[in-house]
Design a protein. Structure first.
Length: 256
């Protein structure tokens, strides 16, 4: 819509920044109040420094991710993931955990002849993401081939083989439990011959052995399955990976 600008918000929730700042201020205030009890004052000072550090770190994260800042890492990841998807005319794509709609809209722009469905559970820690925001962003971008609805990545409300492509970015690592099972649940909804491009933090601690998972997909008949490292400068630099705690970021791609 003319004059409207998309607002994709930020993957670093503002609420988290405020909580860290609150923790720093509160522990500092208690430290000053209880300064006569030396050991307690020292402990509270250490806690204040810890929360102060987290506050600075989260603000720097916010700036690096921001769509309005100089770095625009989120935009780089979204565009890099969307570029993996080519949909046939009349094709359908699912974006799992669509947040503020950025990836669904980027895929929709590149594939104007297809329909993109974004699902998200919304609420919880990402309080600023919601369905109305996704719809406003699609409108602001002049995109008419998206739709958004409430859904759960762990139990998708779609029959097997519903989509020609499935995409997702930085979603499954947020969900506790068997993350390889969540990937299989997403792939269940993909048609035979359909494409997948799933970006996440595929660290061993979160996912277990992903090389084994890649082998398993190949045994199941999936083709061109690859886990592409995105921490080598493709989406982020090795230095950013370290300070932003994004180690293990990769794109799982292939064809069913
Ligand atoms: C870091 S944000 C990424 C949003 C979006 N994919 C993007 O790239 O801008 C993570 C998203 O995952 C969603 N999410 C977390 N658990 C979910 C679940 N079980 N089902 C659906 N969405 C979920 C959150 O609501 C949030 O919108």
């Amino acid at each position: 819509m003319y004059g409207m600008k998309a607002d994709y918000k930020n993957w670093m929730p503002k609420g988290m920044i405020w909580s860290f700042l609150g923790g720093a201020v509160l522990s500092l205030a208690l430290c000053l109040l209880l300064r006569n009890i030396k050991w307690l004052a020292i402990l509270l000072a250490v806690i204040a420094v810890f929360f102060g550090g987290l506050t600075v770190w989260s603000i720097l994260m916010y700036r690096a991710f921001s769509y309005n800042g100089r770095r625009r890492m989120s935009a780089q990841i979204i565009e890099g993931t969307a570029a993996r998807v080519k949909l046939p005319a009349g094709g359908k794509c699912l974006d799992v955990g669509c947040g503020s709609g950025a990836l669904a809209i980027a895929v929709a722009k590149r594939n104007p002849q297809a329909q993109i469905v974004g699902i998200d559970r919304w609420g919880a820690e990402y309080a600023s993401f919601n369905r109305a925001l996704c719809e406003r962003n699609a409108q602001a971008e002049g995109v008419g081939n998206t739709s958004f609805r409430q859904g759960d990545a762990t139990h998708l409300d779609f029959p097997d083989g519903s989509f020609d492509a499935v995409v997702s970015n930085y979603v499954y690592h947020n969900i506790p439990g068997d993350r390889q099972a969540y990937l299989l649940e997403t792939l269940r909804t993909l048609k035979q011959g359909g494409t997948f491009a799933l970006h996440d933090i595929f660290s061993k601690a979160r996912y277990g052995d992903m090389q084994e998972f890649v082998r398993k997909l190949k045994e199941m008949g999936y083709q061109k399955v690859e886990l592409i490292d995105t921490t080598d400068g493709a989406f982020m630099t090795p230095f950013e990976v370290r300070w932003m705690a994004l180690s293990g970021s990769a794109l799982l791609v292939g064809i069913k």
